[in-house]
Design a protein around this ligand. Structure first.
Ligand SMILES: *[C@@H]1O[C@H](CO)[C@@H](O)[C@H](O)[C@H]1NC(C)=O
Ligand SMILES: *[C@@H]1O[C@H](CO)[C@@H](O)[C@H](O)[C@H]1NC(C)=O
Ligand SMILES: *[C@@H]1O[C@H](CO)[C@@H](O)[C@H](O)[C@H]1NC(C)=O
Ligand SMILES: *[C@@H]1O[C@H](CO)[C@@H](O)[C@H](O)[C@H]1NC(C)=O
Length: 493
């Protein structure tokens, strides 16, 4: 697992994305939300937003388009929901969290009961090995390491339901959707698989096991058969060295670890290695007080404190800023996420071609919805590769959405001509557009490929062409190359 090495697992980003102001095109256009944050972020506030405690008031901009645009396809990447810690703090009691699902426990969701019942019939689904043997519901009364919690399930039931409503008016999926219209992929972890199922249960008009195929991605980078890339690994190693040096230089962090270790009666090194912030975040997200130990066990005894937590958390925020400044992570991320972006681009192009040809029954035209159920170590590099380096670190149940839209002029005026031209016509003829959303916020014009695009002029959305050119060539300029192969296999130095 990459995150063991990378250690960016829980870092959060400092700077809020500035929400793009929506141009008043449609009749019912709502106002874009808050003003950008300008103060220095509060580490405790950031931590709570990382928890993503489910509530009903979330604003989401998925499915918003200028009037008469047609939604052709949607590709979603999610991070798994709230989970039990991957690390435990030595000498302390593990947080007492029940991972069984129960509608009498909070947070709950109106769909939770039927979800639980439905998951019991999961044997009818089509599972690519080794997914068939992964449990489809969290089930331990004392959570296991990394297990999805009820909070995590509820987060994704909400996510799914939210997107269901966002796309309903666009008739993205019919009630009798076909297996080809829905592509689902996940890593082999139970928390990603279960998160994906909860999302789909909230999202699909009719959750039908017999139609569901679930594909396996063995790499957390979702790189399929194109994972080999020596240069990517070199950038990662360089980035880890930077991260290590940056940590060493922080005296306040050092003192804090020493204090904590003294309380617990541990060598400081052992405490650091136990990555205490992972467990502390879990306490915070679940409203549990931080662990305490009695004195006499080699330590002074006492409780770990919010002030100590804030120091570690602040260091993670500072690290994100340094990481962006140095740029090694961005290079790593570009190579890491190319295979996923290339697949995403190819899929959009197939959908676009099929739509152009006006033959709905073609394979490409049926690729309406894709769900990739992933990790922070997938989503963080994806954000970086897209140029969204100021985005917050992916919280639990974070989502990135790619929407492909077609403008009305073509739908009305040029369909016949294009149908005749069929596949020979240029896919990127200027009537296809992309929207990118992160946790419901439209971040399209913060991406590298649409940053300079003037969306106040004649085109309100980002041309698909920009994205295709970026993925196929321009994104490699950051590593002084023009293709993935060249970038990956060129000798260093
Ligand atoms: C709900 O979430 C939104 C943002 O996601 C936040 O601004 C708001 O304070 C939350 N409300 C409650 C009651 O937690
Ligand atoms: C990128 O996508 C194209 C299909 O559009 C495919 O032929 C090619 O093999 C992909 N390259 C990589 C490195 O994944
Ligand atoms: C399609 O458009 C792109 C960008 O404008 C151009 O580079 C390419 O040659 C065009 N292809 C065809 C077949 O017209
Ligand atoms: C970029 O690559 C080209 C050819 O591969 C090489 O000549 C040039 O020196 C490289 N530039 C940098 C800054 O590495």
């Amino acid at each position: 697992m990459l995150h063991r090495f990378l250690g960016i697992l829980l870092s959060l980003s400092t700077v809020n994305l500035i929400p793009s102001v929506w141009v008043a095109l449609g009749k019912s256009r709502k106002r874009a939300f808050q003003v950008p944050h300008t103060q220095k972020p509060n580490p405790i506030f950031e931590a709570y937003s990382y928890c993503n405690i489910p509530n009903h008031t979330e604003q989401a901009w998925e499915g918003h388009s200028p009037v008469d645009y047609k939604l052709l396809s949607v590709q979603v990447m999610i991070r798994h929901g709230d989970r039990y810690p991957l690390y435990s703090i030595p000498k302390t009691k593990r947080p007492a969290i029940d991972c069984t699902l129960s509608i009498s426990r909070q947070p709950s969701h109106p769909l939770l009961n039927s979800f639980i019942n439905h998951m019991g019939k999961g044997g009818q689904g089509h599972w690519k090995p080794p997914l068939g043997s992964v449990s489809r519901l969290p089930s331990h009364s004392a959570c296991e390491i990394g297990e999805l919690t009820q909070t995590g399930v509820v987060q994704h039931l909400y996510n799914g339901q939210l997107l269901h409503h966002a796309y309903k008016q666009h008739s993205l999926l019919p009630t009798d959707w076909s297996p080809r219209q829905v592509w689902v992929e996940t890593t082999g972890r139970s928390r990603t698989l279960q998160s994906g199922l909860a999302f789909l249960y909230g999202f699909l008009p009719n959750f039908d096991w017999s139609k569901l195929n679930v594909h396996h991605q063995w790499s957390t980078l979702f790189c399929g058969s194109a994972c080999d890339c020596p240069a990517r690994n070199r950038y990662l190693e360089d980035e880890q060295r930077r991260q290590y040096q940056f940590r060493l230089a922080n005296d306040n962090l050092d003192r804090t670890y020493t204090d904590m270790a003294r309380t617990l009666g541990l060598p400081t090194r052992e405490l650091r290695a136990a990555n205490p912030i992972d467990s502390l975040l879990c306490h915070l997200c679940h409203g549990l007080s931080f662990p305490c130990v009695p004195s006499g066990n080699g330590g002074t005894g006492g409780c770990l404190t919010m002030a100590q937590f804030a120091v570690i958390q602040q260091q993670q925020l500072d690290d994100e800023v340094d990481r962006t400044r140095v740029g090694l992570y961005h290079k790593y991320a570009t190579l890491a996420m190319y295979p996923y972006l290339n697949r995403t681009a190819a899929k959009m192009e197939r959908v676009a071609k099929a739509s152009r040809a006006g033959r709905k029954s073609r394979v490409g035209g049926e690729e309406v919805f894709t769900l990739s159920s992933a990790h922070d170590v997938t989503m963080a590099p994806l954000l970086s590769a897209l140029g969204l380096e100021d985005a917050r670190f992916p919280r639990f149940a974070a989502r990135i959405v790619f929407e492909l839209w077609k403008s009305p002029s073509v739908i009305q005026g040029q369909t016949k001509k294009r149908a005749r031209e069929g596949d020979k016509s240029n896919v990127t003829d200027g009537d296809l557009f992309l929207r990118v959303l992160y946790n419901g916020e439209d971040v399209t014009f913060h991406t590298t490929f649409c940053h300079s695009h003037d969306h106040y002029m004649n085109q309100p959305l980002c041309p698909l062409e920009n994205f295709l050119t970026f993925v196929r060539r321009d994104m490699f300029s950051i590593v002084n190359a023009t293709s993935y192969k060249e970038a990956c296999y060129r000798q260093s130095g």
